[in-house]
Design a protein around this ligand. Structure first.
Ligand code: SF4
Length: 327
């Protein structure tokens, strides 16, 4: 819900300051209407239902994958599309993939979102309403800002939303903010110290290939990005998650594994995650299982441990890089 509008309307009704908090607590616990907020006067519940929409996002469509992954497409009040994914794991993890922008200005070539028209940064309420939507059905406990957009270009709103996620059940240590290497944002995360985790979408360890895949690399070259990540690691004393999409014939060769191993120093600063690529209409193919295993073995031989991410929600275009592919 639009929390600024809520405060405004509560003040107009002469309500005490604690009302806003009461209402938020209901929403954070999964309430789906003002009607359920039984410690609010009935007249106030009725007035709020008329004056403050319960969510700043209108659900447009929802899809459920065979593996339980759910994807929701929303529209903001000014008609911007926003997508959010909930991944359900057998071990009880309920992990949200949140969007920070509608569309994305950074045009990474492998990414469906980057091919959309960029809309705008999402507000704090629009970020939280994605999480609240799924909180109504699931006990969510993890969140990653890996949906639409570059979160560090909207860092004020992302951090303000992160501050409230624990009230939904998502500890800040279970929240990761992912970046393609937006250095001013990484620096701020290092100096201001929000306890959220940092994830770097690396995808190529030589500068020219990285610039081809991710034009942002022209602005912030990889050595500078890795140096900024190391400063974050030193300040926060946490490992940087490194995400590496496996693209067949593009970044999955033997010598590229060696280059990647050479880039990730010191080893203790990074935790590498290899990501099978999910098809979009961007013209790339994902590396096969054997190619990923061979790449991983080369890394292992150089002392770089890695995990291979489970692919979730592929049949509903909810997997990594697929948001906005087809809606
Ligand atoms: S990968 Fe991330 S930063 Fe790049 S275009 Fe897609 S959403 Fe934007």
């Amino acid at each position: 819900m639009d929390l600024a509008l809520l405060d405004d309307r509560l003040a107009a009704h002469g309500e005490p300051p604690f009302r806003s908090r009461q209402i938020w607590e209901w929403a954070a616990r999964g309430a789906d209407s003002y009607e359920q907020m039984t410690n609010l006067p009935v007249e106030l519940r009725t007035a709020l239902a008329d004056e403050v929409p319960f969510s700043s996002l209108e659900p447009v469509r929802e899809a459920l994958a065979r593996d339980g992954t759910a994807k929701a497409l929303f529209e903001t009040a000014d008609g911007r599309p926003v997508e959010t994914v909930l991944m359900r794991y057998r071990d009880g993890r309920r992990s949200l993939c949140l969007s920070s922008q509608s569309g994305c200005p950074l045009t990474c070539t492998f990414c469906a979102t980057g091919r959309m028209k960029f809309g705008r940064n999402l507000t704090v309420s629009e970020i939280l309403d994605q999480a609240l939507h799924f909180r109504r059905s699931d006990a969510v406990n993890h969140a990653v800002f890996m949906g639409m957009g570059e979160p560090l270009m909207n860092l004020d709103n992302v951090l303000a939303a992160c501050e409230r996620l624990p009230e939904l059940g998502i500890a800040t240590s279970n929240t990761a903010i992912s970046t393609v290497g937006w250095i001013p944002g990484i620096e701020r995360m290092a100096s201001e110290g929000p306890p959220a985790r940092l994830a770097l979408s690396l995808h190529a360890s030589d500068d020219s290939l990285r610039s081809e895949l991710m034009p942002v690399n022209e602005r912030y070259p990889l050595p500078d990005v890795l140096a900024a990540c190391l400063r974050w690691h030193e300040a926060r004393r946490r490992q940087v998650f490194v995400e590496y999409l496996m693209l067949e014939g593009v970044n999955d060769r033997y010598e590229q594994a060696l280059e990647l191993a050479a880039a990730l120093v010191p080893r203790k600063a990074f935790k590498l995650n290899l990501i099978p690529y999910n098809p979009t209409d961007a013209g790339f193919r994902g590396s096969g299982r054997d190619a990923i295993a061979a790449f991983r073995a080369v890394l292992e031989g150089r002392g770089v441990r890695s995990t291979v991410r489970l692919t979730r929600g592929r049949d509903i275009d909810a997997a990594c890089g697929q948001l906005a592919a087809r809606g």
